[in-house]
Write a protein that binds this ligand. Structure first.
Ligand SMILES: Nc1nc2c(ncn2[C@@H]2O[C@H](COP(=O)(O)OP(=O)(O)OP(=O)(O)O)[C@@H](O)[C@H]2O)c(=O)[nH]1
Ligand SMILES: [Mg+2]
Length: 482
């Protein structure tokens, strides 16, 4: 077998006749300044027709913009970026004019009259990718940076943009390629008197590669949570105060609270930022044998929310008799809550991250409260709070931060998306198969095939290996002008 296809860049070829595209790069609406961007081979000549001669690249020139009839459209700044030293890698012109829709539209229309066409969503980024200015991870990071909801998310997007994630992925691809070359060689030269596959070095490399991939996956998972939000569900029996907790978190009456059990029917979602982490918090219907079809549907939705959450907060009422009498013994309390949860769910809970929340501690006696707070530290999987008074809220926020994993390692977290997690997970599966086959002495062909699949999954992340379909999906999620 030839090794030619070890690296198979499937990047689509750039068309021969590249069109010049135009779009507003700033959000539509009224503003002090708006930017209209042109990219493509005719960018400079179109700009010269509108604004007169542009001789020097990368210089802000104060110009008057005209239409073909000679009418003045606006006075503004023109900057010309000569390809390939531009965002898209092509000739790019940016007009900075007054930010009114009439002015912007007149300028865009004029560029179209002169031969440009309106850009599709994400088309500037797509061209930057095709011209190898940035890889897919970096372009997605640009979008993530723009839409960051917290400072930690913005910092992580900047890390991906500067290439931290891409470098890790590229290093993994390189390591898989090296291993593959070794194994392919063992297949191609069976007459050589060397036991390639039994070589402890190969096994060693494989083990190290598995560990590295798993650590990148772990980091990416944290990055995804940081960006798209860490989803936290409030789950429990009716009337324990789930909606009151939701309202305390959000700072307003998001959910209806009454003393009637079974108040909440729908799943209610709030986007929040707590200590720099963005959270999606879900309030749910209390779990019990439903009284009617509406409540049954509510409980069904609760169970789905529980299954999809990154963290479940299992809420119980501290005033329940058996809970209250166990407050002096933490391990008995823990066992009791586990038992109650098992009963509530009708089965053992899955191994998703979870915390027990004991609510309504404002109704306990001073002595009981002191007993509890003496036993409970920030590392316990039990937090005792009051939705009514906010008692112990800082401890709850601290526990959320700890479980989200953002606190300790935020310096190493780069932004990542569900697409990356999927590709890394698939790569891990193929690598685990390759490793298993190597250890059990399977033929080299089998191992090589799994390594090839590992390599392909990793390549999809940065776009070394990509299909038109994948690219279309990614770029169409960007907005026009990007
Ligand atoms: N004293 C006290 N009462 C609380 C606290 N939290 C909730 N309650 C009361 O408990 C009752 C139920 O509160 P909800 O927040 O509606 O409870 P829930 O778990 O959302 O109930 P369902 O939606 O029916 O499942 C209300 O009367 C609240 O005022 C608390 O921390 N302290
Ligand atoms: Mg409720």
């Amino acid at each position: 077998m030839s090794l030619d296809n070890l690296k198979s860049p499937l990047v689509p070829e750039v068309q021969d006749t590249v069109e010049t595209i135009v779009a507003e790069a700033t959000p539509a609406g009224r503003a002090g300044v708006s930017i209209v961007r042109l990219s493509g081979p005719a960018a400079r000549s179109i700009a010269q027709s509108v604004a007169g001669s542009i001789t020097v690249p990368r210089r802000a020139l104060l110009k008057t913009f005209h239409n073909t009839l000679g009418d003045i459209i606006d006075h503004g700044i023109v900057i010309f970026y000569e390809g390939p030293s531009s965002f898209t890698g092509e000739d790019v012109v940016e007009f900075q004019g007054h930010g009114g829709p009439m002015v912007v539209n007149a300028l865009i229309d004029q560029c179209i009259v002169l031969g440009a066409r309106p850009a599709r969503p994400g088309e500037f980024s797509e061209r930057a990718f095709l011209n190898e200015k940035m890889d897919l991870v970096q372009l997605e990071a640009v979008a993530d940076l723009i839409s960051s909801a917290s400072s930690a998310a913005a910092r992580s997007a900047l890390k991906s943009l500067s290439g931290m994630f891409s470098t890790l992925v590229n290093d993994l691809v390189e390591a898989v390629t090296r291993l593959r070359i070794y194994i392919e060689a063992a297949i191609d030269f069976p007459e050589e008197d060397i036991d390639f596959l039994g070589d402890p070095q190969v096994l060693d490399d494989m083990t190290r590669l598995e560990a590295r991939l798993s650590s990148v996956l772990d980091q990416a998972q944290q990055g995804r949570r940081l960006h798209s939000g860490f989803s936290v569900a409030l789950i429990g029996p009716p009337n324990v105060g789930k909606s009151s907790l939701m309202n305390r978190f959000s700072g307003h009456s998001t959910a209806i609270v009454t003393e009637i059990p079974g108040t909440t029917r729908d799943v209610i979602k709030e986007e929040l930022i707590i200590s720099g982490i963005s959270l999606q918090l879900f309030d749910t219907a209390g779990i019990r044998t439903a009284g009617d079809a509406i409540e049954a549907e509510g409980v069904e939705r609760t169970l789905k929310t529980l299954a999809n959450a990154d963290l479940n907060l299992f809420v119980f009422d501290v005033l329940e008799e058996d809970i209250r009498t166990s407050l002096t013994d933490l391990s008995a309390l823990d066992n009791l809550l586990s038992e109650k949860l098992h009963q509530l769910l009708g089965k053992a809970p899955s191994d998703q991250p979870a915390l027990f929340l004991l609510n309504k501690i404002d109704r306990l006696s001073k002595l009981e409260r002191a007993l509890l707070s003496n036993q409970l530290g920030p590392r316990n999987r039990l937090v005792a709070v009051s939705a009514e008074t906010g008692e112990n809220w800082a401890q709850l926020a601290e526990s959320l931060k700890r479980i989200s994993g953002v606190q300790d390692q935020s310096e190493n977290i780069f932004s990542a998306r569900a697409r990356h997690i999927l590709a890394l997970t698939e790569a891990s599966t193929h690598l685990a198969n390759a490793s298993e086959n190597l250890r059990s002495g399977q033929p080299g062909e089998l191992i090589a095939e799994d390594l090839k699949l590992t390599q392909q999954c990793l390549g999809e992340i940065t776009g070394i290996v990509s299909s038109d379909d994948l690219l279309g999906k990614i770029f169409s999620s960007f907005c026009i002008g990007k």
